[in-house]
Design a protein around this ligand. Structure first.
Ligand SMILES: [Zn+2]
Length: 664
């Protein structure tokens, strides 16, 4: 699919309209921009909820600009910056806006972020939506402030205001205070029914809002677009995505703008985050959808994020078959695109390689690799640790992604028939039949996931009983030592378990059941053995399980010895079948995608160190790699030499560059 650029822009209502038109038309011509997404009352130009009169004047300003673009064949969409409002940042409700503001779980009230249940605010925003809809933009975007989390300065977010508490009490047919509701919703053990009831109430209210806005917008011939944030955070709101897609679109496929990368120049782990997020978004969307991922950059331009990393982000979106890229390169204050003409030149320079990439990766193809499964309803079922914090509902589902991706091992955010990895509280998201099916194949567990398995009565299938966690305060562990070469780089290879890194803050210990094979042990600073390390186990279902004692979701601690250990563990679990991996340097991150018959791969270099040779171990079903194309940061492409899955590059593969692998 050819790439389509949507440039996000905002100017000031009082600026010289002709000058601004000339400016953005020139940027669109030079940058080969297909669509402009105008923002209104955004960021620096936001002083809270704008009055309807000022909203109308924003539209009066945008109208001639929209016509000028359309006359040049450039499409135009609109992103009003707020519905509920993202954050207070000193903003207050204006005179006449006597609305209920958002309240967090501790009872703290925002000064400007509103409660979505307030009837007067809902009436105001419906009127605003009619003003937007009358302008006939291609898409009217709802920003990702339509959410319950991340409304600073609230703690986590809201809303637990008196309106919400009253609505909950009505639905539950009971009486309860905010404190009582929160306490039951996050209590440890089997989830209290109030958690689901609370989530349902939140969902009903947002879905009804979106539904009413969609009616206004579709009725006027436009489409409603939805931006969303991190999927784990939305899970803590109880979001039921299928209802959201239905609410925002009836007449054509829904339009979605997923977040998937950081705002600023960010080190290597952001790539794995992006791969995970894009897979997760895909999993929760219908097949027919317009996907316009957000190419975030704030503040804007190369001092904040290099063109090199911006291109990697755009390229990743293309690997996931995106329809348009919603690009942030221009600021929201009204500065002129000609202040930095190299931005438009950058867009033009890289468009051909992004076009080509879109052709290589059709949107219907799916990711392939070790399964690190995930569910959007994790937070509804999780057993919390009982601490008094709404964040205890968070289920970190990307823990293993960070280890596997960095080590060059491909992963998929869907279960795999023969190999899966679970970390932490993910175990609570699945029924016993599902867990048993995974236990009958190959399963990697971190310490907290193994503890949850034992708590669920499945200890006999993982080779452990009587589990408990130890800390460095109780047992002075500091290293893990591999015991044999089948599961490590070599016997005596050592890996740090210093609690300086959170993944080693607590380690799982237990009684090893008969047949459990110790593959590493824990050492203290004097090399004394102070506990068991990882264990490998073949269970009565015929499956293979490896348990590591540490917490895979609490950051990483990467080294050659750990890479060798995990690569060999996964090979043993998968009984030698390759699910896709690469080697040749730190932070060579692979992706493999397929439609079940055809295959393509990508290897990213996320490390500042350049690489000249990459050893590919493609998924068995993919076959030998026949062609490899090096895509460079200048938008250049070059064929590499491939022999027996060894890719030799004519020029070094620099950071944020990538190689496309083709078995045909
Ligand atoms: Zn409320």
């Amino acid at each position: 699919m050819a790439v389509r650029y949507t440039a996000r822009m905002q100017f000031q209502p009082g600026q010289d309209s002709g000058l601004i038109s000339d400016e953005f038309l020139e940027a669109c011509r030079v940058g080969q921009i297909d669509e402009v997404m105008f923002f209104a009352f955004a960021e620096e130009q936001n002083d809270g909820h704008d009055t309807l009169k000022r909203i109308q004047s924003w539209m009066d300003t945008l109208r001639p600009w929209k016509h000028a673009l359309e006359a040049e064949g450039i499409e135009v969409s609109l992103n009003p910056w707020h519905s509920l409002l993202h954050t207070d940042r000193g903003r207050r409700l204006k005179p006449g806006q006597s609305w209920q503001t958002m309240v967090d779980w501790r009872g703290y009230s925002a000064s400007a972020v509103v409660c979505p249940l307030d009837p007067a605010w809902r009436d105001y925003y419906a009127k605003a939506m009619r003003i937007f809809a009358a302008e006939h933009f291609r898409v009217i975007w709802i920003d990702d402030d339509i959410r319950y989390h991340n409304h600073a300065p609230l703690d986590w977010g809201g809303c637990w205001c008196p309106l919400h508490v009253a609505e909950f009490v009505r639905r539950a047919g009971t009486s309860a205070s905010r404190e009582e509701i929160v306490s039951r919703a996050i209590q440890s053990g089997e989830p209290h029914p109030w958690r689901g009831l609370w989530f349902d109430m939140w969902e009903d209210s947002h879905v009804a809002l979106l539904d009413s806005w969609r009616e206004i917008v579709e009725g006027a011939g436009s489409r409603l677009g939805l931006m969303s944030s991190s999927v784990e955070a939305h899970a803590m709101e109880g979001r039921d995505w299928s209802r959201w897609w239905h609410a925002i679109a009836r007449e054509s496929p829904p339009v979605h703008r997923p977040h998937f990368w950081g705002y600023s120049e960010t080190p290597a782990p952001i790539l794995v985050y992006g791969i995970s997020q894009m897979q997760q978004h895909r999993a929760l969307r219908p097949a027919a959808i317009e996907s316009d991922p957000e190419i975030e950059c704030f503040p804007y331009g190369p001092w904040n994020k290099s063109f090199r990393q911006t291109l990697a982000q755009m390229a990743l979106a293309q690997v996931f078959g995106s329809d348009r890229l919603a690009i942030s390169l221009y600021d929201f204050m009204g500065n002129l695109p000609s202040d930095e003409p190299e931005r438009a030149k950058f867009l033009a320079r890289v468009k051909p390689v992004l076009d080509w990439l879109g052709e290589q990766f059709p949107p219907s193809w799916t990711s392939y690799g070790a399964g690190v499964p995930w569910r959007a309803d994790f937070s509804r079922n999780v057993h919390t640790d009982g601490r008094n914090d709404w964040r205890s509902l968070e289920v970190a589902s990307r823990g293993w992604d960070n280890w596997l991706g960095a080590f060059g091992i491909a992963f998929q955010k869907e279960p795999h028939a023969s190999l899966n990895a679970l970390a932490g509280t993910m175990v609570w998201g699945y029924d016993e039949d599902t867990l048993r099916a995974w236990l009958a194949a190959g399963l990697l567990l971190d310490g907290p996931a193994a503890a949850a398995m034992v708590e669920r009565g499945l200890g006999e299938l993982i080779g452990l009983a009587d589990t408990r966690f130890i800390t460095q305060d109780e047992v002075l562990y500091s290293m893990e030592e591999s015991l044999d070469a089948e599961f490590g780089l070599r016997p005596s290879a050592q890996m740090s378990l210093n609690a300086d890194k959170p993944y080693a803050n607590r380690l799982l210990q237990g009684q090893l059941l008969s047949g459990a094979r110790l593959i590493s042990d824990l050492r203290d600073p004097t090399q004394r053995v102070v506990g068991h390390g990882a264990l490998a186990f073949e269970n009565s279902l015929g499956g293979r399980v490896v348990v590591v004692p540490w917490d895979a979701s609490a950051g990483t601690n990467l080294c050659t010895q750990r890479r060798a250990q995990l690569a060999k563990v996964l090979a043993w679990l998968a009984r030698g079948v390759s699910l896709g991996s690469v080697a040749g340097g730190a932070w060579l991150v692979p992706q493999f995608l397929t439609d079940g018959t055809r295959w393509r791969g990508v290897v990213w270099n996320a490390s500042p160190d350049a690489v000249r040779e990459i050893q590919i171990r493609p998924p068995d079903a993919m076959g030998l790699i026949q062609r490899a194309v090096h895509c460079g940061a200048e938008g250049n492409r070059a064929e590499a030499v491939v022999r027996s899955n060894l890719v030799a590059l004519a020029q070094p593969l620099q950071q944020w560059e990538w190689v496309v692998l083709n078995p045909d």
